[in-house]
Design a protein. Sequence first.
Lengths: 306, 262
Amino acid sequence: MNETVLEVKNLVKDFDSFQVLKSISFAIPRGKVVGLLGPNGAGKTTTINILLGITRETSGQIWYFGRNFFKNKQGCLQKMNFASSFNTLQGRISVWENLLVFSYLYSLKNPEKKIKELSTYFEITHLLPKRFWDLSSGEKTRVNLIKSLLNEPELLLMDEPTASLDPDIADKTLSLIENLRKNKNISILYTSHNMDDVTRICDEVIFLDKGKIVAHDTPLGLTKRITKTVLKLTFDGDKNALENFLKEQKQICSFPHPYTVLMNTKEKTIPKLIFGISNLGIWITDIEVEKPTLEDVFLRIARGEK
Amino acid sequence: MSISRMKAVLLQEFYITKRSLEVILDLFFFSVMTIVVFGFVSLFLTGRVSGAPAHYLILGLILWEIIRVNQYSISVGAMWNVWSRNLTNMFIAPLSIKEYFVAHMISGVAKTFLIFIIISLISLAFFDYNIFKLGPLNLFFFFCNLIIFSWTIGIALLGVIFRFGTRIQALAWGAIFIFQPLVASFFPVNVLPAVLQKIAFALPPTYVFEAARAALSNPIFNWKFMMISLGLNTVYFLLSLAFFNYMFRRSKETGQFAKLEG
């Protein structure tokens, strides 16, 4: 059964006369990782703040685990958590003390055991006695991740959780997210500007732009919306003959190097082009096909292109 | 309400107090130094002013510290989390504002009681003034009324800070002093001009200070004044909670709460 852990219906947020969210609706099924992407000012942070209950919506409904968030706020918050690389904990007290405070906020039965277990996984046991404000930004991010996992949430909201992490820990964090989804069936709403991360871990992606959902699909589905790929050929032969052939085929091309041609073409025409070029007696020495990525989709949306 | 969540807030308060020189200075050091200064002034006056008025200052100060310390504890207690950008984290956890306030109220009363005992013992040991002579009933009601008043002010100020942000954070520790002359903490109310006397009698602590001064010469329990004080406190406390709720809601509507930071 495809149970929904979060359902947002017609969410609207106005700040005075400015409408930041224009009736957005989406759902997160159990065990799925959903990316929330969009350019700056698209409304991602406002959405997350409303979902966390720290900003009040103008209208709309939020349902967590089938329960109305506004009527069962504490019950819902008990089963979810939030992690962000921009989030800070109480700076004056130690990491251990901070985590202990949050363990009690989530009414954990055996907080010491849980903190030790997560600290070991994230390799921060040596940081536990340190004051939070004495940590580096990467260390703070790891402590925040631990805080977000203390209550074994069923739903995790993550705002750029791997920003400021070194590649090794960032990879570990992504692996952890993958494991959480696989082993504990945890659901995640994930915002990031790192499109490789999003492509790697997200099952679905929601694109927000100017307060509206402009696309909602799988990462593959979104990239398929861009039908053109970049074809780069390195050749040995008559450049003019090649140029004329490509004009006949109505291909827009450029020659960044005397023996290299770049084309923006549809994927399905590539075999036909290569066959045609070979028939001209031109020797193709290298072929590179650059398929569109999620980043290309993001850039198109951010630039207002169709 | 969850005991575990209130324990979390109390635990955090304990850790912050333990590690913050500012808190120790603002609460303990400031209280002790003020009682020392006022104690010497009181000793000086004892030789020159006959009867109880010589002790008005030291009595007023010990009682005033109940208001100051408790209000500071409520308002500034929240500010430590605002300055660390941790306040919203606390409310992303299933902590309710009711649990948060109750925990801070408990913490405030504990700190205030400790400081009250310390400065009372100092005044007894070094300045020949024994506040305990006022009797347990008087002291209990004085303490309770002043505590409720300081909660009222602390909660209202927090509402203003949540709504408008840290640009007006100085109110957290400064605004309470507006009430120091208005509640006639160090002198009889009749010293004030007529208009200010009317304001004074609309404020619950005035009745405590008046009753305390009267009890210096005759330590009887003034039921009337204590009940008026309690009645006013109840009204103001409820108004303060309503005001806070309104400001908290507005802060969430405007997005200010999510942006609260030091």
